[in-house]
Ligand binder design. Structure first.
Ligand SMILES: Cc1cc2nc3c(=O)[nH]c(=O)nc-3n(C[C@H](O)[C@H](O)[C@H](O)COP(=O)(O)OP(=O)(O)OC[C@H]3O[C@@H](n4cnc5c(N)ncnc54)[C@H](O)[C@@H]3O)c2cc1C
Length: 380
């Protein structure tokens, strides 16, 4: 397995880096946060990403996509992570969009994917519940069969970019016990459906999330995604892919934090010399660099495994997420520490990385969760 980019992927990386440098900066992230922006990201910038074709990278050409691979997507996500862009890529493309592309009927794909890819339709996936932790099969939300379809009741938490979405994909139990893998079904609901309410949540990294409450919400038979009782098949696949995508974004974040820290070590002078000339700090910086490179190998291998449609995707997703969670936390901690007192202040941008690292660490499972999952997948 080659763990380097080819010429075309490198060109894509240059374009993405230029776009991020030109259109977004940590100043914009700060402004979105400080102004209490209603969405927490920019619809205009989302539209510009759509025009560049990024939203359709992994989707088939018949729906307006580019039909490219996950390695190409990784290149984009890493650059977005470098600039800490809060635009809803993981939620729209890797979670909800992917669920429709993988599990939807031809009619559902045709109805949703073109407007998702053009940036006009915003989607979210509501799969977590307050006591389900990281187990997507642990679903208490109930869907009762009626003469005309279904009635859903329950509560979903940590719904990434749920606030501001037009439609929300919800997991609900159609049979079986709470934690059974079987018996869970996915429903695509309009956010204006009677009985459905969305409450905005603020994360410490200022990203957009929500609580979705369902109080006897009606769903038609056509709103079911895939087969009744078989929602876990779709959900497991999209969560693994989203986890791997998030790892690419985290890789960008850790590289940016490392780069800002190296600049600081070379410019901050103490005792008449740059503090980076002291061995104590050089060794710590070298450790940060090694951790980013080990994380990069794991993230690239995981993306390539999706492109090869390998059975190893779940295991590689867990290796990548365990590595990236640990590495991003370590690197962002060290980055703040090495910046000294100024790094502790809100005025300095380095703090954004420690906040993002904390949230990303907890999203789709911590390092400990993924080490345990990897062991189980290997039969331990
Ligand atoms: C919330 C808060 C409360 C504080 N309260 C107090 C207080 O009550 N009293 C007080 O006196 N100060 C206080 N400080 C200041 C704090 O002690 C200094 O911020 C700290 O000493 C770091 O100094 P600096 O910011 O100049 O970092 P820098 O000197 O820029 O150092 C940056 C990094 O390099 C390391 N470093 C620097 N020189 C060397 C070297 N020669 N060898 C190896 N590593 C080196 C530092 O440990 C740090 O990791 C406070 C700071 C904060 C953020």
């Amino acid at each position: 397995m080659e763990l380097i980019l080819n010429e075309e992927q490198q060109l894509l990386q240059d374009t993405a880096r230029e776009f991020v440098n030109k259109n977004s900066s940590l100043r914009r992230v700060r402004t979105l946060r400080d102004s209490g922006d209603p969405l927490g990201y920019s619809r205009t910038l989302w539209g510009e990403m759509a025009k560049l074709g990024w939203l359709g990278i992994i989707f088939p050409e018949e729906y307006g996509g580019a039909g490219l691979g996950y390695t190409e997507l990784m290149v984009i996500l890493e650059e977005l992570g470098r600039g800490l862009l809060p635009e809803p890529f993981i939620s729209n493309i890797l979670l909800a969009g992917n669920a429709i592309a993988i599990g939807g009927s031809p009619a559902q794909r045709q109805a949703v994917l073109p407007s998702l890819i053009s940036g006009d339709l915003l989607l979210a996936l509501a799969h977590q519940e307050s006591r389900s932790r990281y187990n997507p099969h642990d679903v208490e939300t109930q869907a009762q069969k009626t003469s005309s379809g279904w009635r859903l009741s329950g509560e979903k938490v940590h719904v990434l970019d749920g606030f501001g979405a037009d439609r929300v994909l919800v997991s609900a139990r159609t049979s079986g016990a709470t934690a059974d893998r079987a018996g869970m079904t996915l429903f695509l609901l309009d956010v204006h459906a009677p009985g459905l309410s969305i409450e905005r949540q603020w994360r410490i990294d200022s990203r957009n999330a929500a609580i979705v409450r369902l109080d006897d919400v009606a769903a038609a038979g056509d709103d079911v995604l895939g087969k009744v009782d078989h929602g876990s098949d779709i959900l497991d696949t999209v969560i693994d892919r989203a986890t791997i995508g998030l790892c690419a974004e985290m890789l960008g974040g850790m590289n940016a934090a490392l780069s800002m820290t190296l600049d600081y070590l070379k410019t901050r002078v103490q005792f008449g010399v740059p503090i980076g000339s002291f061995q104590a700090l050089k060794h710590r910086a070298a450790k940060m660099y090694i951790e980013t490179e080990l994380a990069r190998s794991a993230v690239m291998a995981a993306h390539k495994t999706i492109d090869e449609d390998s059975q190893r995707v779940p295991a590689l997703a867990s290796i990548a997420k365990a590595r990236c969670s640990d590495a991003f936390v370590l690197i962002s901690n060290e980055a703040v520490q090495m910046h000294g007192g100024i790094g502790m202040t809100d005025e300095h941008d380095i703090g954004f990385f420690i906040k993002r690292a904390r949230v990303a660490e907890m999203t789709f499972g911590t390092a400990a969760y993924h080490r345990n999952r990897f062991a189980e997948l290997q039969g331990y």
